[in-house]
Design a protein. Structure first.
Length: 451
């Protein structure tokens, strides 16, 4: 596994190197884009079985090399990370999430991450929890007379409702529909086959959605600069690194657009999948409910006691294994690399398959089964493969907000478990949409009742 300090290859040299990497012939320009978007997990599994752990395909008119396995994660996310561009790997969504933290590289990324880190440390998280807890209770009270619920859209509403308070110290109720519509437009545009700003196309609507978010955040930001607050926007206004550097208004808006999408969509995805697994595995729903009820009898729920909900913590980890919100992590090489005997040219799109590793039976025994206890067993195989489990990525681009996301998921589910029970019809199997974010295609309808 090495990188060579070669300049960017000419087109003939690059094509020659790519021709040696196994893969299927595909349609001109469009390639295997439709198969990838319509059934990505099945398509990529078929390619891996046919060609091995290194293969190429063509997606959105570009060749993409996929690497599979724990060594691939280690290679791309850690060992050779300095020869990978995050920004270029996500180039197709750069205009939609321009200059968000995930779309920055090298020293620029580290500089911004260092400033933003102060908004995700222990004390700010403690404050965010204090804000979220009463709002969660308020929101869940709305379910009192509900017997049927479609979980995913409901979780999107809840996470956006919470983001309004945590990020901006605002009640987004009057703006909820407008903001949610804008986010949906941006996310949907990120996987369009035609990323052209032609009026009324999906991509055009995504750009309009970004403008709505930027305008909304800009108005709030002007006020926060004058009167800093304890919400995340207030923290970002005053955040600075060890050298005293701060973020510009444009930087804050760019980061907020990305953070709102990440906190909103990926958290809603994980909560929905947790609802699903606890409906399909009622013994675990009962076990976790009892844990939460016993907790409430003996403890006050706060930042310092949240870690005592150990069973719930294990269930969240197992849900992230089975239904990681992002099934793959893309990059683009900046130098020629070698991996498992294959030469990968510079300036080439490359990705690792997180979802595939999470179902590798050599790492996770009985991988199709929902078994949170696997994360409690110190002898588990995955303990020996630290790069096999990567729902939040890894290396220098490991998700900055993972502690915030886990805290939010745990707070919501603890409060749901102590108030409600839920089920799905016998034999029900959720069919998932995997791109861009994992979600049940039917939104996950459940039967809900008070306990």
């Amino acid at each position: 596994m090495l990188a060579t300090q070669n300049p960017m290859p000419d087109s003939k040299s690059k094509q020659a190197q790519l021709s040696l990497i196994p893969g299927d012939a595909s349609l001109p320009i469009i390639g295997n884009t439709l198969s990838f978007l319509n059934r990505p997990v099945q398509f990529l599994e078929e390619m891996q079985k046919k060609h091995g752990n290194v293969f190429k395909t063509r997606i959105l008119a570009k060749p993409v090399i996929f690497l599979v396995g724990t060594e691939a994660n280690k290679f791309l996310l850690v060992e050779q990370a300095k020869y990978m561009s995050n920004q270029k790997g996500w180039e197709s969504i750069d205009e939609l999430f321009h200059d968000g933290l995930m779309l920055r590289d090298g020293e620029n990324h580290q500089h911004h991450r260092g400033i933003m880190l102060s908004a995700f440390r222990k004390e700010p998280l403690r404050g965010y929890m204090d804000v979220m807890l009463p709002k969660i209770k308020e929101y869940l009270f709305r379910w009192q007379n509900t017997s049927k619920l479609t979980v995913f859209p409901e979780m999107k509403k809840l996470t956006l409702f919470l983001a309004g308070k945590v990020f901006f110290g605002l009640d987004l109720a009057k703006d909820l529909e407008k903001i949610n519509k804008a986010i949906i437009q941006v996310v949907k545009a990120s996987t369009t086959l035609l990323p052209f700003k032609i009026p009324f196309t999906t991509y055009w609507h995504g750009i309009q959605g970004r403008k709505v978010l930027a305008s909304y955040f800009g108005k709030i930001l002007a006020e926060r600069r004058k009167n800093p607050t304890e919400d995340m926007l207030g923290k970002l206004c005053t955040a600075e690194n060890e050298e005293g550097d701060k973020l510009s208004d444009e930087d804050i808006i760019n980061h907020l657009i990305f953070l709102l999408m990440a906190a909103h969509d990926t958290t809603a995805s994980t909560l929905t999948s947790l609802f699903y697994e606890l409906a399909k595995n009622p013994e675990w729903q009962t076990k976790l409910r009892q844990e939460s009820l016993d907790f409430d009898k003996n403890h006050s729920l706060n930042f310092d006691t949240l870690s005592l909900l150990q069973g719930l913590d294990l269930a969240i980890k197992e849900t992230l294994r089975m239904h990681t919100p992002l099934i793959m992590i893309p990059r683009r090489t900046t130098e020629r690399l070698e991996f498992e005997g294959h030469s990968i040219p510079a300036d080439t799109d490359i990705a690792v398959l997180v979802h595939h590793n999470h179902y590798d039976t050599e790492i996770f025994k009985d991988a199709e089964a929902f078994d949170p206890d696997r994360f409690a067993d110190p002898r588990s195989e995955h303990k020996k493969c630290p790069h096999g489990y990567a729902p939040f990525g890894g290396g220098k681009h490991h998700c900055l907000g993972f502690s915030f996301a886990e805290m939010q998921i745990k707070l919501v589910m603890h409060n749901v478990l102590t108030q409600y029970q839920w089920s799905v019809p016998a034999g029900y199997q959720a069919v998932y949409k995997h791109i861009p974010i994992q979600e049940p295609k039917d939104g996950l309808p459940i039967h809900l009742s008070k306990i």
